[in-house]
Design a protein around this ligand. Structure first.
Ligand code: NAD
Length: 247
């Protein structure tokens, strides 16, 4: 129960990785605000105590949504000491294929909402004296994948934003790290496989460990980074990709 007594916001909690993170945080004893634009279906049916997970519906691209969410969660659960930004979208295409809308939507969810939530949460995280931020970036933010310029660029921004937070607020006790997953089997990845007519086994064969990653494996790393066990880890961008190289 390494997150006992902690209060953690997890965005993208209706998604493949976010729901696994929310459940893992609750299993480790945290009170979790599970945020998504659609209702996150996690709770007692997953063997978690009813009070462990409180769902919040928000479209994080709306300018006021992030500060309102932090205030609402504070009133409902108490001041937070952990923030996990996992909500994300992927629009495909190279620079001649993506339009302004693709770029704006990608950066709106993947970068602007992360920045606004971090900004709104910082006073609580500083007051907590051991506040922690975990932002879910992507391996493609470190090594760009072909034909995904908006997504790659947005995730590079997330990793850089996270390092900047670690540098600026470390003296106030806030740790900030990003996780850079490779191919993790979730609805987002399944959609990509379906769109491109690629079999799961074909993609798995490009990964040295021979399989796709599981959301629970990203969740395990997230709860570790939120916990005091990671007390000297800050400003890191940690790949979890089964040794796959993007090429
Ligand atoms: P997913 O599509 O299953 O989940 C994403 C969630 O974000 C969804 O529940 C969606 O409703 C939510 N969301 C999107 N826009 C939102 C908005 N405006 N407001 C509130 N919620 C919003 O995807 P996933 O595979 O679980 O990905 C989770 C995160 O991990 C994303 O940031 C993604 O970029 C990142 N990631 C995933 C993989 C992978 O292989 N699956 C690899 C690297 C990084």
């Amino acid at each position: 129960m390494e997150l006992q007594g902690r209060r953690v916001i997890v965005t993208g909690a209706a998604g493949g990785i976010g729901s696994a993170i929310a459940a893992a945080c609750a299993r480790q004893g945290a009170l979790v605000a599970a945020v998504d634009r659609i209702e996150a279906a996690i709770g007692p049916e997953d063997g978690l105590p009813a009070e462990a997970i409180t769902p919040f519906i928000a479209d994080l691209t709306e300018p006021q949504a992030c500060s309102e969410l932090i205030a609402e969660v504070g009133e409902s659960l108490g001041e937070i000491d952990g923030l996990v930004n996992c909500a994300g979208v992927m629009r495909r295409g190279d620079l001649l294929e993506v339009d302004d809308d693709d770029w704006a939507v990608t950066f709106g969810v993947n970068v602007d909402a992360v920045m606004r939530l971090c900004r709104a949460a910082l006073p609580s995280l500083i007051a907590a004296e051991s506040g922690a931020i975990v932002n879910i970036a992507s391996q493609w933010g470190l090594q760009p994948a072909r034909g995904h310029i908006a997504y790659n660029s947005s995730k590079a921004a997330v990793a850089s934003l996270t390092r900047s937070l670690a540098v600026d607020f470390g003296a106030q006790g806030v740790r900030a790290n990003s996780i850079c997953p490779g191919e993790i089997l979730t609805p987002m990845l399944q959609q990509k496989l379906d769109d491109n007519g690629i079999a799961e086994s074909e993609l798995a064969s490009t990964i040295p460990l021979g399989r796709l990653g599981r959301p629970s494996e990203v969740a395990e790393l997230t709860t570790f980074l939120l916990s005091d066990r990671a007390s000297f880890i800050s400003g890191a961008a940690i790949e979890i990709a089964g040794a796959q190289q993007v090429g």
